[in-house]
Design a protein around this ligand. Structure first.
Ligand code: SAH
Length: 342
């Protein structure tokens, strides 16, 4: 590692690439599809309904960004085979994944799906597309700017800590946000680029994208970089590659970018309301039927963990980008132009 200060996003990129290449992320943190199979099933049902909404094309790209172990997609495809076999036959699975190690796990989890893997969105073929991303955007590298009395400086990493350096992001303006000296503002350039490209594509051709992730629905400031190791917070700047680094997703900025590109945007809405509206608890009850009591209880607990406001139900959000001619997607209640509720 060089002694020169490294810009935070480059540090985070390097640390996470090493982390996903060598560690088992799911020993360190647990994601929604690993908590409850109903989660992936609900996403599969959502995709099937959206396929109908875009006119049930005879072929459609089903894309997952950052599929982890492939659990969400395995649950989604199993459900689709059962309740929407025409959709299952029409879909071609494409996975956006940079980690060779996770690609191998995904291949093993999806033995009948013949996925095509991609490093970036650019190599996806044209055509109607449905894209899912659960806890994908939060893993993308962020930059952190610090307001000073006279302008902005940018956080770099050196010797396991932050140092402030000059920034080329200036002049840096934040519409609707007043930032006091000393405060930190985060910018996720790859997340913005992905949403811009996707929204542009969805403005022109049929389809929709659904992101589930954690972050606020109002513009905010502050350092949200976090590292998890063995399920507990760890120092994010030490031992790069040994812990999973994530940051809050800046939904308001992504929403504004997607709207400017011409996509209809729904949410961000709380994950709890979204999953409940799509039948999380009804599905959980079905799965619990006939099981021994402790297994049935564990299924219900898992659903509460995903949906309860004091657990993952409020901090986690759902946001959809849609082709503008589509109606309100399942699970969302507001029109694309209304602002998120407080
Ligand atoms: N969606 C999964 C995994 C979330 S972890 C789940 O819910 O369990 C983040 C995932 O995004 C991992 O699969 C990781 O390898 C992938 N990832 C991180 N950065 C990426 C990038 N720049 N391009 C593609 N995939 C990336």
């Amino acid at each position: 590692m060089s002694a020169a200060p490294e810009r935070l996003d480059r540090f985070m990129q390097r640390a996470n690439a090493a982390y996903y290449a060598t560690c088992d992320p799911f020993a360190d943190f647990v994601t929604a599809p690993e908590i409850a199979q109903a989660f992936g099933e609900i996403i599969g049902a959502w995709a099937a309904v959206m396929w109908q909404a875009i006119g049930a094309p005879s072929t459609v790209l089903l894309v997952e960004a950052g599929p982890g172990r492939g659990t969400l997609m395995a649950d989604a495809l199993r459900l689709a085979s059962r309740v929407a076999p025409d959709f299952r036959r029409a879909l071609h699975l494409h996975l956006l994944e940079t980690s060779p190690r996770l690609r191998r796990l995904q291949a093993a989890a999806l033995p009948d799906a013949s996925p095509t893997w991609h490093d970036t969105l650019e190599s996806l073929p044209d055509g109607p597309m449905l894209l899912i991303g659960n806890e994908f955007l939060d893993a993308l590298p962020i930059r952190q700017l610090v307001r000073t009395a006279t302008g902005w400086l940018e956080r770099h990493v050196a010797g396991g800590g932050f140092v402030l350096c000059e920034t080329d992001l200036a002049p840096f303006s934040l519409p609707g946000r007043s930032v006091a000296p000393g405060e930190v503002v985060e910018v996720c350039e790859p997340g913005q680029a992905i949403v811009r490209a996707l929204a542009g594509r969805l403005a022109r051709s049929p389809g929709a994208a659904l992101f589930l992730d954690y972050g606020p629905d109002r513009p905010g400031t502050g350092d949200t970089l976090q590292a998890l190791r063995d399920g507990s917070p760890a120092p994010p700047l030490q031992e790069p590659g040994r812990a999973d680094l994530t940051a809050h997703v800046d939904f308001p900025t992504l929403r504004a970018i997607a709207r400017a590109e011409g996509a209809a945007v729904y949410g961000p809405d709380g994950q709890g309301g979204f999953l409940s509206a799509l039948g999380l608890f009804a599905r959980t009850e079905r799965l619990a039927q006939g099981r021994p009591p402790e297994q049935a209880r564990a299924l219900v607990d898992a659903a509460h963990r995903l949906a309860a406001p004091d657990r993952m139900g409020r901090l986690f959000k759902a946001m959809a980008l849609c082709h503008p001619s589509l109606g309100v997607p399942p699970g969302f209640t507001r029109t694309p132009d209304s602002e998120p509720a407080t």
